[in-house]
Design a protein around this ligand. Structure first.
Ligand code: GDP
Length: 296
């Protein structure tokens, strides 16, 4: 695999030439380069430390020390470990519930929740042949309710009207009732964003979770958030039993280190990646490909 990291490690190994075999201290030097690559990709520092500690044992094994191309061998190990950490094969949405299967969308304002709600609706309609209803619980921003209406239409999903004078809990219950009566397979619930972690809004989404009993609680996070993604992810994980992550804005120029951070902090699988502003810009998350991107 050719990557900037492989090049750096190959250069390091060249400097070691002449030695009978590479040593533990050479491996330490190489691991320092891996650490730099992860930090450059904006993986959060504690997550990097943890990750390096995990690959260290493997790297000190014969696979690297005994290899003719130790640099490449190490990149192989790092790649494999990254992919294994970020992916566990549970990519698609779980709909195993008495219909309507409720999907609750959580995340900071601007993360891409509303856009992702519509993308997901389209995915479920086209790929899973489901009848999908969307509803917005964002009573703080009337524009957000309108935005969901517009994008739901683009997705071919039905949208359940809500108004800013209603309580989010009442909206959720009314939408659920409507979805049951009209035999919807899935109810997608968009929620109020928060600019930063806000106790009141966190309580509100916890209450929504309690009344809706969703089969999926998806944490939507902007890949460009970098280091901050860790704190956000931790706060949402403490508030909600997250079942999956959607990493948005992967079409941006970030190396997407947030994926590793968020995965490690929440323990939830990364299910989808947002790759454009458009309604069809949603892809099933590919951990191996993403590992390559993080390593640069
Ligand atoms: P919300 O506040 O979490 O509901 O976020 P929105 O859905 O309103 O999205 C915020 C902005 O990010 C909008 O301008 C979206 O078009 C944009 N956006 C969302 N997902 C993506 C993505 O995957 N790629 C890109 N380039 N833009 C995105």
């Amino acid at each position: 695999m050719a990557s900037a990291l492989t090049d750096k490690l190959t250069r390091l190994v060249k400097e070691m030439r002449g030695q009978a075999r590479i040593t533990e201290s050479n491996v330490q030097d190489m691991l320092r380069e891996v650490r730099m690559a992860l930090l450059e990709a904006d993986v959060a520092l504690p997550v990097v430390r943890d990750f390096i500690a995990r690959v260290k044992d493997k790297a000190l094994g014969q696979e690297v020390l005994g290899s003719l191309k130790p640099g490449q061998a190490l990149v192989g190990i790092v790649n494999k470990e990254l992919a294994a950490t970020m992916g566990d094969g549970v990519a698609d949405i779980n709909l195993a519930a008495q219909p309507p299967a409720v999907i609750l969308m959580a995340g900071l304002q601007g993360a891409g929740k509303t856009t992702t709600t519509a993308k997901l609706a389209k995915h479920l309609i086209e790929k899973r042949k489901k009848k999908v209803l969307t509803v917005s619980g964002d009573v703080y921003r009337p524009a957000a309710i309108e935005q969901l209406k517009t994008v739901s239409k683009q997705a071919g999903a039905e949208w359940f009207a809500s108004t800013p004078d209603q309580k989010p809990r009442d909206i959720a219950l009314a939408a659920l009732d409507y979805a049951k009566k009209h035999y919807f397979d899935v109810l997608l619930v968009d929620t109020a964003g928060r600019l930063a972690i806000d106790e009141l809004l966190m309580q509100e989404i916890k209450d929504l979770h309690a009344v809706l009993n969703p089969v999926e609680t998806l944490f939507v996070v902007d890949a460009m958030q970098g280091q901050d993604a860790v704190n956000t992810a931790r706060a949402f994980k403490e508030a909600l039993p997250l079942t999956g992550i959607v990493l948005t804005k992967l079409d941006g120029d970030s190396r997407g280190g947030a994926a590793l951070s968020v995965r490690q902090v929440t323990g939830a699988p990364i299910k989808f990646a947002g790759v454009s502003e458009k309604i069809d810009g949603l892809e099933v998350f590919d951990a191996e490909r993403h590992a390559g991107r993080i390593l640069g």
